[in-house]
Design a protein around this ligand. Structure first.
Ligand code: NPW
Ligand code: K
Length: 460
């Protein structure tokens, strides 16, 4: 599991460790990890040129100490001190190793810029001196120390200017900004350096392949189709039969023991032709409702609620999400649908993904799966998981229908709504990547890739 902690949690853990270690030891650990990450990126030391952008705090101190390690490896290191003060020990170490302190201005060839302007002590946005310095080095690969300077570390929000990094080297644990968009997009690749922090439960996390493999339901030796769970799909309509086909394609991934389709008769004929194993109405352990339901969404949701089983509330059914309040449910809006649900602008949701997903989860007393580049799955108590699998090719019509069906299948097997939503979202993204292989895909390709993906996970 990749865990992201708040600044306050990191500070508390840091204080406990600082009290036990000799002075400067923690920064040395961080700086060594940072220096080796930069050396990796450079592909060597001797003759390379690195510029450090250094702010007033320990983030700049990390950059300076890493610069000293690099200088001793033959890297030409220059530091620009962007504040009236800078970490004294770091400046002395850099000078002692042969690095130099320079003044911002045009530079010759540079191989890497190290952003040590601010880390977890920073306020959002950059000051004018930092903006001017960055303008001199536009186009040079950037390694951010701990966080890309200027982003909001605890929320992943961006207001004002910020550094856009190619690689972010962080210490002790991930921070929320490393996972949650739009800040996550400014991080580039992520590298975590263990510095020995002892941390509490994380408020935000990201499942990894091993976590998904551990959570995936596997049939018991004496399983039959009913004990494995039956998922019912109430989606699609005469006007939108494709939604029925795609929801069923997601639900029929093989995780649940059986799929029932309970919708428009015309759509049922198409579903049966494509999925002969799908059966008609009957008892289920979870419902998937709303995609392409047209004006039948409210009735379909009421009928599902009456069954008292967990429900995936998608698309047209989201307008009636109040019907599932307090029941086990996963709401699966995209940003526009969540904006309508909360009565805010879409741009507000896209600026503050985590806040809005959490608010919707709290207000609807349900798990909310807010679809985006980095999908956020939030529980009513605020705990959240971010999905980091996926590909831009997944932005294609009908992909959400497949996701809804897949999450429904996971609910039917008995996973709780938070696990079902986050595992389903992870699988959906990974299946899309598998299907795309860097080329275009359509939604049915994502469903078709699920069995191969699941096979690699269940045999782990
Ligand atoms: N925690 C850990 O376990 C470890 C932490 N370590 C490292 O320490 C880092 C945190 O260091 P930190 O606490 O000194 O804060 P930091 O981010 O350097 O900011 C300092 C000062 O910057 C200023 N400032 C504020 N906003 C600004 C802005 N937008 N633009 C410009 N300046 C701004 C403000 O001062 P002001 O100028 O307002 O007086 C503020 O006080 C952490 O990210 C990691 O790299 C590792 O060494 C080891 C383990
Ligand atoms: K930084």
């Amino acid at each position: 599991m990749l865990r992201a902690h708040t600044v306050e949690q990191v500070r508390t853990a840091e204080a406990a460790l600082l009290a036990r270690l000799p002075e400067g030891a923690l920064m040395q650990r961080a700086a060594a990890g940072l220096a080796y990450a930069v050396l990796d990126l450079l592909g060597g030391g001797y003759g390379r040129r690195v510029l450090l952008l250094v702010g007033s705090g320990d983030n700049g101190g990390d950059a300076l100490h890493a610069g000293a390690v690099l200088a001793r490896r033959g890297v030409q290191v220059e530091a620009w001190l962007l504040s009236s003060s800078a970490h004294e020990g770091g400046v002395a170490a850099l000078r002692g190793a042969g690095g130099r302190i320079g003044t911002p201005g045009p530079t010759g060839r540079l191989d890497v810029v190290v952003d040590g302007i601010v880390g977890i002590g920073g306020r959002p946005g950059l000051r004018p001196d930092a903006v001017a310095a960055l303008a001199h080095v536009a186009g040079v690969p950037v390694v951010a120390v701990d966080t890309p300077s200027g982003v909001d570390v605890d929320t992943g929000e961006i207001s004002g200017s910020h550094v856009t990094a190619d690689l972010t080297v962080t210490f002790g644990t991930h921070k929320v900004c490393h996972l949650v968009d739009p800040a996550a997009q400014a991080c580039g690749a992520l590298q975590l350096v263990d510095i020995g922090l002892d941390l509490p439960e994380a408020p935000v996390e990201a499942l990894q392949a091993a976590d998904v493999a551990a959570l995936l339901p596997r049939p018991a030796a004496d399983a039959h189709k009913y004990t494995r769970g039956v998922v019912g799909v109430r989606s699609g309509s005469a006007a939108y039969p494709g939604a029925a086909l795609l929801s069923v394609a997601g639900a029929a991934c093989g995780l649940a023991g059986m799929v029932r389709y309970d919708g428009d008769p015309a759509a049922l004929d198409l579903v049966r032709a494509a999925h002969p194993e799908v059966v008609g109405p009957g008892r289920v352990q979870a419902w998937v409702v709303g995609s392409g339901s047209d004006d039948g969404a409210e009735d379909a949701l009421r009928a599902a609620v009456a069954d008292g089983v967990p429900i995936v509330v998608d698309a047209d059914a989201l307008a009636f999400a109040r019907l599932t309040r307090g029941r086990p449910a996963v709401l699966t809006p995209h940003a526009g649908e969540l904006a309508r649900l909360l009565g805010v602008e879409r741009a507000d949701v896209e600026a503050r993904w985590l806040e809005h997903a959490r608010r919707a989860a709290r207000e609807h007393d349900a798990v909310v799966l807010l679809k985006g580049r980095h999908t956020v799955v939030a529980r009513p108590d605020g705990r959240a998981r971010v999905t980091t699998t996926g590909t831009p090719w997944l932005a294609t019509a009908g992909a959400g229908d497949v996701l809804g069906g897949l999450v429904g299948a996971l609910l039917a097997t008995g996973l709780d709504p938070f696990d079902a939503a986050s595992v389903g979202s992870w699988l959906h993204g990974a299946a899309a990547t598998l299907a795309a292989q860097d080329g275009p895909i359509v939604a049915s390709d994502v469903a078709a890739a699920l069995p191969d993906l699941l096979a690699t996970l269940t045999t782990r």
